[in-house]
Write a protein that binds this ligand. Structure first.
Ligand SMILES: Cc1ncc(COP(=O)(O)O)c(C=O)c1O
Length: 390
């Protein structure tokens, strides 16, 4: 068989490999603390599950319109109005099987040989992978520890060239937990609005997970770039629904039809019962979201303090999401070695920063979507490991 050249350029998401290895070790009887995988450790709230079961019992078994059932698109628009204070047309909403699909579509839509796409690095690994796959040049926006992993608007704008087609922004961010302050977003928007031929994809999948009184700043709140903006959000993280495969996107009027066409070519529509669950999630009680976020906040403090007390570790306080991204250079081990040793030697699953791009060297990612008891135990195990190494 002769695969197309682009298959050789497709990357992967190492977190899934770590998960597979952690599961294999567990199956072999090892006690593994999994701080590797980026998903809430909570169950999907019962009223959401009930809505899906009811939909199946009521006979919602068929295809739905490709962009999503109208009630759900309206519920997304209403939620955006409530949380982001912006009115959007439900016809600009595309419901997709997970947030990843939005990035896949957006990157395929703009990426080709000769094009450049800017993306955060360290960042969600699928950005770089799909950009390379599309044939475009992946241009990293370096995220710096000393700026709490925020970007500087000037440095993003300075990287724009006549070949730039798409700029990808992610705040709050994976893997760093960085949240970009409003002033930088304001500045970035001024620059982007002057370049209306460049599309912007704002990945706001962690929009509900902001800490220390921060308000999430959505790029949708800037009407001057509305015709350039693709918003990525969804149910996975907010409602502990990663396995349901439910995401949504908001597209500029000029390209929503193209995005829908990609959906028709790719998956036809999202699972019908999951879409009914999506309505229940957006319209039902939100206390479970608040409880989950407050649990993450408490764990964030525990893990950051714990990591900062480890020899060779230093950890910024993340402003959002559920990740801590300590600098581990002073342990003397590179990120990948440390990741492997922590998993194999002491049974703590983490993900090396290099899995999120070259600028992740020297860091490892801890997901604190795990109980305080297991976080504390993981930190103890790492401390003993580091002591035994010196
Ligand atoms: C920044 C970011 N965007 C998008 C996604 C994808 O979300 P989904 O599981 O809905 O595809 C993730 C998942 O980890 C993520 O971290």
């Amino acid at each position: 068989m002769r695969l197309s050249a682009k298959m050789g350029r497709l990357g992967t998401e190492t977190a899934f490999e770590v998960l597979a290895r952690a599961e294999a070790l567990k199956a072999a009887g090892r006690n593994i603390i999994n701080l590797g995988i980026g998903q809430p450790d909570f169950k999907t709230p019962a009223h959401i599950v009930d809505a899906a079961v009811k939909a199946l019992r009521d006979g919602h078994h068929g295809y739905t319109p490709a962009p999503g059932i109208p009630r759900l698109r309206e519920a997304v628009a209403a939620d955006i109005s409530k949380r982001r204070g912006v009115e959007i047309d439900p016809n600009h909403v595309l419901v997709v099987p997970g947030g990843k699909v939005t990035m896949f579509f957006a990157i395929l839509m703009f990426g080709e040989e000769g094009a450049e796409i800017l993306y955060p690095n360290p960042g969600f690994p699928i950005y770089e992978s799909v950009i390379e796959f599309s044939g475009a040049k992946a241009v990293p926006i370096p995220l710096m520890e000393e700026k709490d992993f925020s970007f500087s608007a000037d440095s993003v704008l300075n990287q724009i060239t006549p070949r730039t087609r798409l700029v990808i922004i992610n705040s709050p961010a994976n893997p760093t937990g960085g949240a970009v302050p409003q002033e930088e977003v304001d500045k970035l928007v001024v620059g982007l609005a002057k370049r209306p031929s460049i599309a912007v994809m704002s990945d706001e999948i962690y929009s509900r997970m902001c800490y220390d009184g921060r308000e999430h700043v959505s790029l949708l709140q800037y009407p001057e770039i509305r015709d350039q903006l693709i918003l990525l959000d969804g149910w996975s993280k907010t409602y502990a629904m990663t396995g349901w495969r439910m995401g949504y996107s908001v597209w500029p009027e000029s390209i929503i039809e193209k995005a829908t066409r990609l959906a028709v070519n790719c998956h036809s529509c999202v699972n019908a019962s999951a879409q009914h669950a999506g309505i229940a999630a957006l319209e039902g009680p939100q206390d479970s979201v608040a409880e989950m976020v407050s649990a993450f906040d408490e764990r964030r403090r525990v893990i950051v303090d714990g990591l900062n007390a480890l020899p060779g570790f230093r950890c910024r306080k993340p402003g959002g999401a559920f990740y801590a991204f300590p600098n581990v250079e002073e342990t003397g081990m590179n990120a990948k070695t440390l990741q492997n040793r922590l998993l194999e030697d002491v049974g703590v699953a983490t993900v090396a920063g290099t899995s999120f791009g070259a600028f992740g060297e020297g860091f490892i990612r801890f997901s604190y979507a795990s109980s305080i008891a297991s976080i504390t135990q993981a930190v103890d195990r790492i401390e003993n490991f580091l002591k035994s190494e010196t």
